[in-house]
Design a protein around this ligand. Structure first.
Ligand code: FES
Length: 122
């Protein structure tokens, strides 16, 4: 299936280790929250859904990084994920986060639709 790029945000909205930019997607037919971050210069995005219990992970809106900026944390029970792959790095996670493809060019970040991933229809 062809992926369609959808505008997400300006590049400078995603700062290294900073707050995430939230967006909405339809994943597997259900509306879900998603978030994008920048890590080691590159942008990454995931469904905002912990693999321990399927709930949103941020303890303050947009706050996913731990104090060191090396891990994405779930605020509920402390699962830790690798920022550039979403893989489980510790705590009670059961597998990795669902990754969403991003691209960045000319100061704009896009996310890409996929087999199970569509934009929200208004
Ligand atoms: S819900 Fe995320 S660690 Fe339990």
């Amino acid at each position: 299936m062809t992926q369609t790029p959808v505008v997400l945000c300006a590049s400078d909205a995603l700062q290294e280790g900073g707050r995430a930019v939230a967006f909405d997607v339809v994943y597997g037919g259900h509306a879900c929250r998603a978030f994008a971050i920048r890590f080691e210069g590159r942008v990454h995005a995931y469904l905002n859904r912990c693999t321990h219990v399927p709930m949103e992970m941020d303890y303050q809106a947009g706050q996913f990084f731990d104090d060191t900026g090396r891990w994405l944390l779930c605020a509920t029970h402390g699962a830790a994920y690798v920022p550039d792959s979403g893989a489980c790095a510790g705590g009670p996670c059961r597998g990795g986060l669902v990754k969403i493809t991003l691209s960045e060019s000319d100061g704009v970040v896009h996310w890409h639709t996929g087999h199970n991933l569509k934009p929200v229809e208004f």
